[in-house]
Design a protein. Structure first.
Length: 183
């Protein structure tokens, strides 16, 4: 019975930890040369971050880790879709994103970020967690202007509503509309 309770309480925690462990690469055991890793990113990834503007997305991340004797080069290739809110009609739409990033990992006394592309890991370190890097790259790939690629896919009724609302918002007769939930 105790065993059962133990499993019941621990399983969700364990699975969450394992999901995050998936992004930890034990590089010490890798041979000199190129190694390929593949990550399928979905909702559990986004939910594991306290703040992200979208909880839905599906991305593939291909990582080539090239290990040299004194440093490592990591090449990330990201591609997929993220659900974002359209600036025009406020509805969610699928934003395609794709990009490549490089990270040079050097070794030294303590962890430091020399630049966006160069980090230093303590020589005693044997693993690297790429989760945070992937998250930052996704953020860098998000466009500043977000909208349905095809304007005809926008919710036309909502656009009309928003248009009328902004036109009338200084008219006191429309004050009641200010509390309307547009979602
Ligand atoms: Zn739209």
């Amino acid at each position: 019975m105790n065993q059962k309770n133990y499993l019941y309480f621990c399983r969700p925690i364990l699975s969450r930890v394992n999901k995050q462990m998936d992004y930890i690469i034990p590089f010490k055991g890798l041979s000199i040369g190129s190694h390929l890793f593949n990550f399928e990113i979905g909702e559990t990834f986004f939910e594991s971050f306290d703040y992200f503007e979208s909880e839905r997305g599906k991305l593939t991340v291909n990582l080539e880790l090239v290990k040299e004797s004194a440093l490592m080069n990591l090449f990330f290739k990201l591609e997929g879709n993220i659900s974002l809110k359209c600036d025009r009609c406020l509805m969610m739409y699928n934003q395609h994103i794709a990009g490549e990033f490089m990270l040079i990992v050097k070794f030294g006394d303590a962890f430091t970020e020399e630049s966006d592309e160069v980090i230093v890991l303590p020589v005693t370190e044997s693993t690297i967690d790429v989760r945070q890097f992937i998250f930052e790259y996704i953020n860098l790939l998000l466009p500043i202007k977000r909208s349905h690629p095809d304007e005809t896919d926008c919710d036309q009724k909502m656009i009309e509503k928003l248009h009328n609302f902004s036109k009338q918002e200084t008219d006191p007769r429309w004050d009641g509309l200010k509390n309307i939930q547009l979602d």
